[in-house]
Ligand binder design. Structure first.
Ligand SMILES: *Cc1c(COP(=O)(O)O)cnc(C)c1O
Length: 405
């Protein structure tokens, strides 16, 4: 059966507006479309394809586990899930793991756990959840309500209650909101969707202190910042601030859907048998792949490589900006970088993304004002250089058009 981009409009619910080309094959950081045209991939499936496309060791794991055991449900446990949980707890602050299928589901579990923990230890009145404007935590109704963009959560009827929002990086505002009623504070230790916003380390330390003072749990949503993306396994390690609950997904499966919630023995005790669950969560196929991703990412070669590649990106992006004067700032960390557009190009991030795509580069936006790159952590330096050469060509086109207008 022949399908084209037009088929999308015919048969898909119109909640997405995908690019004009249809990718059919990928290898490393290169992708080919239906017409055989090649692209360099700085989008990484939105910070997911942490080892690029079709990494040989992941393909092997997929095939090996795929011919052994795919799925059981949680009526039975399985070896890959237990091994992955052991590795995640050995490498982090956490003692216990809950597996889910996505970031939103890991966050949903975290929020439900925080509410149940507060109920168990402090009673019904401790129900307030505080999160931050521009934050993003997924699209289930609870997580999208906790996320800080009303545009995503409005229009679906009554929202889950006792959720309040605070300005990111504003400790005084948080202090004013918190009380013994506060059950949990949920934050991204680096905001992704909201525009690649790196917090002030003192702010994050202050959030931890306020949570301790008010017996509130601190939840770090590391769905985007986690699993090596910033050059550490998780960004909380860089910040030197331990959360009570951490969620991880995206990079964790390297392209296979999986998510996890990590927490301590004490907090985990509130998820007693029957309190929460998922049919697929922690299935052997997903966990075998995530275990292999973890083994490869959690090595000095890959994590140090991320820092080196960030430096290369920044050097080249600064050169582009010296020539075309389009960015006000290059921000972010590791392989999660944002080119914030200056006053002259504000609101035009999508135009930059489309122009790049036309030159053979896949990239992302984060809001209307930021072009976002979230490539593979092992993208070859040649692909970075060639990708940025294509990006520059796209920018040259846009700038020429804008000067002519
Ligand atoms: C992408 C993202 C989510 C949602 O993950 P899904 O797998 O799409 O449900 C949650 N939190 C953050 C910080 C994200 O970037």
């Amino acid at each position: 059966m022949q399908v084209t981009r037009d088929t999308f409009n015919e048969v898909m619910v119109p909640n997405y507006n995908p690019a004009a080309m249809v990718p059919v094959r990928g290898e490393g950081s290169r992708v080919w479309d239906q017409d055989g045209r090649e692209y360099i991939d700085f989008a990484g499936g939105i910070a997911v394809n942490v080892l690029g496309h079709c990494h040989p060791e992941l393909v092997k794991t997929l095939n090996d586990q795929g011919s052994k055991l795919w799925h059981l449900s949680n009526v039975f446990t399985n070896e890959p899930a237990m091994r992955l949980a052991k590795k995640l707890t050995d490498a982090t602050f956490a003692d216990k793991v809950y597996f889910a299928n996505s970031g939103a589901e890991a966050n949903e579990a975290a929020l439900k756990l925080a509410r149940r923990f507060a109920l168990d230890h402090f009673g019904e009145s401790k129900d307030q959840i505080i999160s931050f404007t521009k934050g993003f935590h997924g699209r289930t109704f609870f997580t999208v309500t906790v996320g800080g963009q009303p545009a995503y959560s409005d229009g679906f009827g009554p929202k889950p209650g006792a959720v309040e929002h605070c300005e990111y990086n504003n400790l005084d505002a948080l202090k004013a909101l918190m009380s013994e009623r506060t059950c949990a504070v949920m934050m991204e230790p680096m905001q992704g969707e909201g525009g690649i916003i790196v917090p002030d380390p003192e702010f994050v330390k202050g959030v931890r202190e306020l949570c301790d003072k008010h017996d509130a749990l601190l939840i770090f949503d590391e769905v985007q910042s986690g699993m090596g993306r910033t050059g550490e396994l998780y960004e909380y390690i860089n910040l030197g601030v331990k959360p009570d609950i951490l969620t991880t997904a995206k990079s964790l499966g390297g392209g296979f859907p999986v998510g996890a919630m990590l927490t301590t023995d004490k907090v985990s005790a509130s998820l007693k048998p029957g309190t929460h669950g998922s049919t697929y969560g922690g299935n052997p196929l997903a966990c075998a792949i995530a275990e292999k991703v973890f083994d490869i990412v959690n090595t000095p070669e890959v994590l140090e490589g991320v820092r080196h590649k960030e430096a290369l990106f920044r050097e080249k992006l600064n050169q582009i900006n010296d020539k075309y004067h389009v960015f006000s700032e290059i921000r972010g960390k590791g392989m999660l970088l944002g080119c914030a557009l200056n006053e002259h190009y504000k609101g035009k991030a999508r135009d930059f993304m489309v122009a790049a795509n036309e030159e053979g580069l896949m990239c992302l936006v984060a809001g209307m004002d930021v072009v976002r790159f979230a490539p593979s952590l092992i993208i070859p330096d040649e692909d970075i250089i060639e990708g940025l050469r294509r990006f520059e060509k796209g920018i040259a086109q846009l700038v020429a058009k804008s000067d002519a207008a």
